[in-house]
Design a binder for this molecule. Structure first.
Ligand code: NAD
Length: 349
C-alpha cells in the first residue's frame, strides 16, 4: 500500500442549535472585527449573526456564481473594508464567499444550510457566458465550518433529498476519482452509511434533528473524500450539463448518479461490493435505487426542463472533460446512451 494523502487544514464544529455562539468564537479566533456576511436569505442568517461584528450583510447570491455577481460582492467587501467573511447558506452562498476570498484572501467561516459540501473543499467555481470554470486554491478553503443541523429544519424535503444525493454523488465519485486513496474510500463509505440512514429520516420527519444531523455528517464526510479524490466521471457530466443548460445543481446530480453507477460498477466489482455493504444492499446500484424510491428523488433530466435535442451537444464536452482512468472506458456511444436514458428516466442498468 503506497499513497500520499493531503488533509486540508480546516476546523470543523458540529454544534446543533449552537451556531450563533460557535460563529462568534470562530470570528474571534480569526481576530476579525469587520465581517462581511453573505447569505441568500437574510432572515435565515440574521439570528446566527447576532453577536458577530457584521459591517455588511450581502444577499446578492446566484447559483453557479456568475462573474458579475462575484465582482459586485468583491466591491462590497472592499467598500466596507471587511476583514473576514461569514457565509450562511447553501453551496451557492459558500461559492460566492469563495469567489471573494479568491481575489481578496479574506478568511471564511462557513455555515452551511444544505448538504452541498462546498465548505469542505478548496474548489471554487465561476460562470461566464454559459461556461463554468473551476479551480483549486487554498485561499478559498473556509478556515472554519460550523455545522448546525437545526438551521436545516426548514430546508424543503425535495431540496433536502436532491442535496443529500449530491452528497452521495461525492461519495460514489470518490471511490474512483483520479486521486483516490484508501482514506478517501473509507470516508466515502462512512458517508454512504450516514446518508443512507439520515436521508430517509429527513423525508419522514423533516423537523427532527437526528435525521438532519446524520445527513449533515454524511455530507461533510462526502465532501472531504471528494476534495481529496477529485472529480470522477459523474461530476464531469453534471458540471457540463449544469454549465451548458443552467440546470439545478443538486437535482442534476440526483438524476444522473444511478446511470453513472450502472455504467461503472460492473467494471470494479470489489468497490461495488464495498459500496453495497455500506448501502446494506445486494449491489451499490440496488442500494441507490432503493434510496431513490424511498426519498422520492427526481428521476429524469426531462423533468428538470432539458430538451432532448440538446443532449447531443453535451457529448463532446463530456468526453473532453472525462477523467483519463474511468473504470469503464468512456465513448461517445456510451455517454450519449447514458444521457438519453437519464433524460427519459429509464430504469438504470
Ligand atoms: P443553493 O445554495 O443554491 O441552495 C438551493 C436553494 O435552497 C436556494 O434557493 C436556497 O436559498 C435554499 N436554501 C438553502 N438553505 C436553506 C434552508 N436551510 N432552508 C430553506 N431553504 C434553503 O444550492 P446547493 O445545491 O446547496 O449548492 C449548489 C451550488 O454549490 C452550485 O453552484 C455548485 O456548483 C456548488 N458546489 C460547489 C462545490 C465545491 O466544492 N466548490 C461543492 C458542491 C456544490
Amino acid at each position: 500500500m503506497q499513497f500520499t494523502h493531503d488533509w486540508l487544514p480546516q476546523r470543523v464544529r458540529f454544534a446543533p442549535g449552537g451556531a450563533a455562539e460557535a460563529i462568534v468564537e470562530e470570528v474571534r479566533r480569526l481576530g476579525a472585527a469587520r465581517v462581511m456576511a453573505i447569505a441568500s436569505d437574510a432572515t435565515r442568517a440574521e439570528p446566527v449573526l447576532a453577536g458577530v461584528p457584521v459591517v455588511v450583510l450581502h444577499t446578492d447570491v446566484v447559483m453557479h456564481v456568475p462573474v458579475e455577481v462575484a465582482q459586485r460582492a468583491r466591491a462590497v467587501a472592499d467598500e466596507h473594508r471587511a476583514d473576514a467573511l461569514v457565509c450562511v447558506g447553501g453551496g451557492s452562498t459558500t461559492g460566492l464567499a469563495k469567489a471573494v476570498a479568491l481575489t481578496t484572501g479574506l478568511p471564511i467561516v462557513a455555515v452551511p444550510t444544505t448538504y452541498a459540501g462546498s465548505e469542505a473543499t478548496d474548489v471554487w467555481g465561476l460562470t461566464e457566458h454559459g461556461r463554468k470554470t473551476t479551480g483549486v486554491d487554498p485561499a478559498v478553503l473556509p478556515r472554519a465550518v460550523v455545522y448546525d443541523a437545526s438551521l436545516m429544519l426548514g430546508l424543503p424535503v425535495p431540496t433536502s433529498v436532491a442535496s443529500g444525493l449530491n452528497a452521495l454523488a461525492h461519495c460514489v465519485d470518490s471511490m474512483w476519482g483520479p486521486r483516490t486513496d484508501p482514506i478517501d474510500r473509507s470516508l466515502a463509505l462512512e458517508g454512504i452509511r450516514a446518508l443512507r440512514t439520515g436521508l430517509p429520516r429527513v423525508v419522514e420527519e423533516p423537523m427532527e434533528l437526528a435525521g438532519r444531523e446524520q445527513t449533515l455528517y454524511g455530507a461533510y464526510l462526502s465532501a472531504v473524500a471528494f476534495a481529496s479524490a477529485g472529480s470522477g466521471l459523474h461530476h464531469k457530466i453534471c458540471h457540463v450539463l449544469g454549465g451548458m443548460f443552467d440546470l439545478p445543481h443538486a437535482e442534476t446530480h440526483a438524476v444522473v448518479l444511478p446511470y453513472v453507477l450502472a455504467l461503472n460498477a460492473p467494471a470494479v466489482p470489489e468497490l461495488d461490493r464495498r459500496m453495497a455493504e455500506a448501502f446494506g444492499a445486494d449491489s451499490a446500484l440496488a442500494g441507490l435505487l432503493a434510496l431513490r424510491d424511498e426519498t422520492g428523488a427526481p428521476r429524469s433530466l426531462r423533468s428538470l426542463g432539458l430538451d432532448e435535442n440538446q443532449l447531443r451537444e453535451a457529448v463532446r464536452p463530456i468526453l473532453d472533460a472525462s477523467p483519463e482512468h474511468n473504470p469503464m472506458p468512456v465513448t461517445a456511444e456510451n455517454i450519449e446512451a447514458l444521457l438519453r436514458a437519464a433524460w427519459a428516466g429509464k430504469e438504470p442498468g
